[in-house]
Design a protein around this ligand. Structure first.
Ligand SMILES: [Zn+2]
Length: 420
């Protein structure tokens, strides 16, 4: 017996649920029949081919960086189906997700799914693998015109689905749904969301809260792939942080989504094993990453904090527990009630500094702007004397703070933290 509940905007409707379950069974039956179906004389395998992954990669890399990504269409029927009390909130064993594809997919739909899977493969150690007989839990990736997107949460027993359809056949919607498969809930339903977001109840009913344990007490991520977009723009959701201009990721995984998945799934390799930890949760074994020194020799570490909608890397003082960041020409000492996270290297991975004026491969991401541009962790030489923690973005360059002011990193005087 499973317990389901729906999020958000909906109430339990047992009759509808029953209908959906029957439909799912029928879809499954069709899928089994469809596996041997031949279209135009060519049979497509029920997994993504290497060629399709390559096509998807080309498609993704040809998309220019833009701050004006239209909102993802994720209407209220994108409802994560929870079965938390029945089987627990299990993540996938060994970070492997066996999957099989709907035989109804067109070539174009298959490439959309490949793009979505690439988002996880390129940024985490999670791997979607073709289902084999020995697998006892697997996800069917389906097309269903009656939904925008819908997925079971977390790893279940036996078959479960992640589907997209209607006007929502995009890699972004599938990435969102596969995020649910991996046990990511909606950002706006996490337990501590009231600290970060309010609701105009004249425009909508606040969504319920979920009871997922992942990512709590980390910085709230307005631009998560799992954050609804349209509700921020229609005035229903009211971000409590000043300067928040965007909600949702625009279709890919956000910087914080990637970090959370790597932590959940124990991705500990050199390029995935660093962690941003709440300053109040640091321990003697946290292994904070040394970034530079004050003029008096005080060691400085990397931290990050919200300011005007950006999550900005800056310098962390262990004595004051403050995080100094620069914004708009000034340096700000953030502390008090600000939620501050500190960069740590708990697995003692090989991180190193690379002197460069432009973004090198393997640069460690530290945050992002309100408009979703990635901010990287850098250290810059101040007056040829001291290395100071700073932040770099491709469209603007590197900056650091000193003596209350903001300075641009000089050519030849900037180092990026990179994984090998
Ligand atoms: Zn969803």
């Amino acid at each position: 017996m499973y317990y389901f509940y729906y999020l958000p905007f909906s109430v339990n409707k047992p009759a509808e649920l029953k209908k959906m379950e029957i439909k799912t069974l029928l879809t499954g039956a069709f899928l089994l029949l469809g596996m041997s179906c031949i279209t135009n004389g060519i049979s497509s395998p029920n997994f993504i081919t290497d060629e399709e992954f390559k096509q998807a990669e080309l498609l993704s890399s040809s998309k220019p960086f833009t701050n004006d990504t239209p909102p993802l269409i994720l209407p209220p029927q994108d409802t994560a189906r929870f079965q938390t009390r029945a089987v627990g909130m299990r993540i996938w064993t060994n970070a492997q997700v066996p999957y099989m594809l709907d035989a109804k997919f067109t070539a174009d739909m298959r490439v959309r799914v490949a793009e979505a899977i690439n988002n996880f493969h390129k940024n985490t150690c999670i791997r979607f693998v073709p289902k084999q007989n020995r697998h006892t839990s697997w996800v069917k990736i389906l097309y269903d015109d009656n939904v925008c997107g819908l997925a079971h949460m977390c790893m279940n027993n036996g078959a479960q689905f992640a589907k997209f359809g209607g006007g929502c056949v995009t890699s972004g919607v599938m990435t969102h749904e596969l995020g649910h498969t991996l046990c990511l809930g909606h950002e706006q339903t996490r337990q501590d969301r009231d600290n970060w977001i309010g609701f105009d109840t004249s425009k909508c009913s606040p969504p319920g809260k979920d009871d997922l344990p992942f990512g709590l007490h980390k910085l709230y991520d307005y631009v998560s792939i799992e954050h609804y977009e349209g509700e921020c723009y229609n005035g229903c959701y009211l971000p409590k942080q000043p300067g928040v201009t965007k909600c949702g990721s625009g279709g890919s995984l956000s910087v914080l989504d990637i970090e959370l998945l790597n932590e959940m799934y124990g991705c500990n390799s050199d390029c995935l094993g660093y962690r941003f930890v709440n300053r109040n949760s640091l321990t003697s074994s946290s292994n904070m990453v040394l970034i530079g020194w004050e003029a008096d020799g005080t060691p400085l570490y990397n931290c990050r904090v919200y300011h005007q909608g950006d999550i900005i890397p800056g310098k962390y003082h262990t004595a004051s527990k403050n995080c100094d960041i620069v914004w708009g020409g000034r340096e700000y000492a953030k502390g008090g009630s600000d939620q501050i996270e500190v960069l740590t290297n708990p697995h003692s991975n090989a991180l190193r500094w690379v002197r460069s004026d432009t973004l090198p491969a393997g640069a460690i991401r530290g945050g992002r702007t309100a408009s979703r541009e990635t901010l990287y962790v850098v250290s810059c030489l101040n007056n040829n004397r001291n290395w100071m923690p700073g932040s770099y973005h491709v469209s603007g360059g590197g900056y650091y703070g000193f003596g209350g002011s903001e300075f641009k990193c000089k050519s030849g005087d900037m180092e990026f933290l990179v994984c090998t």
